[in-house]
Design a protein around this ligand. Sequence first.
Ligand code: PEP
Length: 254
Amino acid sequence: MSRRPLMAGNWKMFKTISEGVDLVKKLSAQTADVTDRDILVCPPFTALAAVAQAAKGSTIAVGAQNMNDNLSGAFTGEVAPGMIKDAGASHVLIGHSERRQMYGETDALVNKKAKLALEQGLTPVVCVGETLAEREAGNTFNVVERHVMEGLKGFTSAQAPSIVVAYEPVWAIGTGKTATPAQAQEVHAFIRRKLEALFGKEAAQVRVLYGGSVKPDNIDQLMAQPDIDGGLVGGASLKAEDFARIVKFQKISA
Ligand code: PEP
């Protein structure tokens, strides 16, 4: 089955409110003619509401980069899913490798957050992927399997189409070292099989994005792979021209 591509930008800890609004307006103007793929931008929390407001009337959806795993409470410095929704977001990144590595997020926490996001009406974009050490030790598939099976534990087949998975090999994030299309495809096909084990035929509706140094000059080759359904883009999503080119990837054969 053919899945509608989802091209997502993760702005990380970049862009003030005015810079974010400017970026989304430029991106909206440059992608106004795009009708056959979905576009998502994930600004920092401070710019979320303003960027969502600026994106209204465009085809660009807005997501948060993280959320707390509780509905409300005494969690100083944290942001609840309902607050993210209230700010105008429809998606939330869960378990980005930077959060797993720098803030100790575990598979159990990722699972709890992903479930809560969905319950609160947000689409969770669940990030999975191995480190360089794990790849070099031959553990890529074990790690990715654990991230997928533990991170998506307890979801029903009916919920599957509302989940997005992002495969991001940690060694490719922000390093300029992209996985080759063949390396990415191999893991994406593996993830698809794991999704089938979890969700049966509904797995065919789960979009699996690739992330890790996606650029205007490598997106076409990546998107030509049968199991790559979109991109999660960091650095190259910070410039409207670059991200617009990524959104407008050319359909070529693998
Ligand atoms: C990311 O932030 O998820 C990412 C993939 O970053 P970059 O594109 O800069 O490697």
